[in-house]
Design a protein around this ligand. Structure first.
Ligand SMILES: C[S@@+](CC[C@H](N)C(=O)[O-])C[C@H]1O[C@@H](n2cnc3c(N)ncnc32)[C@H](O)[C@@H]1O
Length: 291
């Protein structure tokens, strides 16, 4: 019997040279071997070059996001296990590296849950919408608007993330989380200027040497802001953990405030918050959520 020629098949993903190259450069970072579709996504996000090499400009971002995904994974898995199709809101989403990678690694494979990216920059939102469509990420969508004014359908966001949302946009993310009664809140604050400006005008205090010099005022102001953010979340019923989220070599804005709701409110944390505000001698805008 004469042998039939084997039918011509399109090359398998394993044979794509860019995928082979990408797997090599991602070997130490990506959880497991990267799928061909992940390589296509990372190329579209300009994390990988066309040939599958690592783009040095976005390398740090990739490392940050992958660390963050690892840290968020237990909370996210717990939400997905509830089987209630959780909504994850990524606020100040920018180019949405976090949203896309979360979808690619967790939400997409889980077959449930959705991700909504919110950003005030309409052109970024349009680009991300097109990319989500091209990738077939059907449960990923975007809203062009300010965090402060956005309400998601049915007022629902189970998890809120805000990675380096500028200045007081992180406070807007807290207000958003409280408004939507989010179960999990993950904040990686960016630079912060509000409290430093308030401290400059503050009346004399026994601890005002902490912020006499502008550099100390900026650093202490940012630190005090994050302390306040943690206390506000605690007072509003969240259990709060504050950790570094990645190596300092990848970003200086390296603080993760991870909060999980476990009660309606916490009167002890409320008292600690009030005492801290009293000692500081200034009232940042975020305190409006306690009124
Ligand atoms: C430093 S970028 C971070 C983007 C992204 N999360 C990341 O880590 O790659 C901050 C983003 O927040 C957006 N942003 C700042 N303030 C905002 C606000 N009040 N409402 C919505 N988006 C805001 C900016 O347009 C920008 O895209």
């Amino acid at each position: 019997m004469s042998q039939q020629p084997s039918p011509k098949r399109p090359p398998s993903s394993r044979e794509r040279p860019d995928v082979i190259a990408a797997r090599k450069v991602l070997a130490e970072m990506w959880p497991g071997p990267a799928r061909a579709s992940s390589v296509t996504l990372l190329k579209a996000l300009h994390v990988l070059t066309r040939e599958g090499g690592l783009n040095l400009d976005t390398r740090r971002k990739l490392k940050q996001v992958l660390h963050l995904v690892q840290l968020l994974r237990p909370s996210l898995d717990a939400l997905l296990a509830e089987g209630t199709d959780p909504v994850i809101a990524d606020l100040g989403t920018g180019k949405s590296y976090l949203g896309f990678i979360l979808y690619d690694l967790v939400v997409g494979p889980a077959g449930l849950g959705s991700i909504v990216g919110v950003d005030v920059r309409a052109e970024l939102v349009e680009r991300s919408q097109a990319l989500a469509r091209d990738c077939g990420f059907e449960r990923m969508s975007f809203v062009a608007g300010g965090i402060a004014d956005t309400v998601l359908p049915n007022g629902r966001a189970d998890m809120v993330t805000a990675l380096h949302a500028c200045d007081t946009a992180t406070d807007d993310a807290i207000r958003f989380a409280l408004r939507h009664e989010a179960k999990v809140v993950a904040l990686i604050p960016c630079c912060q200027a509000e409290v430093a400006a308030l401290l400059e005008q503050a009346k004399p205090s026994p601890i005002d040497q902490l912020w006499r010099h502008p550099l100390h005022r900026r650093e202490f102001g940012a630190h005090a802001t994050n302390v306040l953010r943690g206390l506000v979340l605690e007072a509003r019923g969240y259990k709060v953990r504050v950790t570094e989220f990645t190596g300092l070599e990848h970003t200086l804005k390296n603080e993760l405030i991870l909060a999980t709701r476990h009660q309606q409110s916490n009167p002890l944390a409320r008292r600690k918050l009030d005492q801290f505000v009293e000692q500081l001698g200034v009232r940042p805008g975020l305190l409006d959520v306690m009124d």
